[in-house]
Design a protein around this ligand. Structure first.
Ligand SMILES: Cc1cc2nc3c(=O)[nH]c(=O)nc-3n(C[C@H](O)[C@H](O)[C@H](O)COP(=O)(O)O)c2cc1C
Length: 184
């Protein structure tokens, strides 16, 4: 409960990122997401080091499919994945052959896996920030191809991961009563 109640999104992130042993545990936590019919729709691409340049290029290429980019904008887009030492691309591999498990449920399962990653990282002392920007499949139909994904793979977002550079700002305590009703 302490981990759950203290998790915050941290946008300012520095080295080090979690090592391979730590990420092994983090992905095991992700793979414990609830999953209707055990379709296992979750996929992740872990991007570090020079891989972030490749990701930036995928952002640029997918944007160029629908709009012109001048050099200044290209430079800005290329810098996006550099905001943290690690980026995890969150993908839902949609199985369209199971009418009892609609696409949305597979996306919900993948989002639950992403949340498990955020919680696991926070528990280990790392920071993370879930971003979509303009680069989720919902907002950019060309991004999957640029990431060499299959046509039914959907990108749900990017988890920027690293060591928190700053403490998270204070946020107001929310009241359960604003969100919960009781049927007795
Ligand atoms: C699916 C999803 C996509 C998001 N995309 C962005 C984004 O592109 N840019 C952004 O600043 N925040 C984005 N956010 C919000 C942050 O990840 C974060 O949840 C928000 O800043 C609230 O902070 P907190 O988690 O500490 O309450 C997104 C959140 C979700 C769940």
């Amino acid at each position: 409960m302490k981990t759950l109640l203290s998790r915050r999104s941290i946008s300012k992130l520095k080295e080090p990122h979690p090592n391979a042993d730590e990420m092994e545990k983090v992905y095991q936590a992700a793979l414990r997401a609830p999953d209707h019919s055990w379709l296992r729709p979750w996929r992740f691409i872990e991007v570090v080091g020079e891989g972030r340049k490749k990701l930036g290029q995928a952002f640029i290429n997918s944007t160029k499919k629908t709009e012109e980019l001048d050099e200044e904008r290209e430079t800005k887009i290329a810098a996006l994945p550099m905001r943290s030492p690690m980026v995890i691309v969150v993908i839902s591999k949609i199985n369209h052959e199971k009418p009892n498990v609609p696409r949305l449920e597979q996306i919900q399962s993948t989002a639950a896996a992403a949340q498990n990653i955020l919680i696991a990282l926070h528990d280990m002392g790392y920071g993370a920030y879930w971003r979509t920007g303009k680069y989720s499949t919902e907002r950019n139909e060309h991004i999957s191809a640029e990431l060499s994904l299959d046509k039914d793979d959907e990108v749900l977002g990017y988890l920027y991961v690293g060591t928190p550079e700053v403490e998270a700002s204070k946020i107001p305590q929310l009241e359960n009563n604003d969100y919960v009703t009781h049927w007795n």
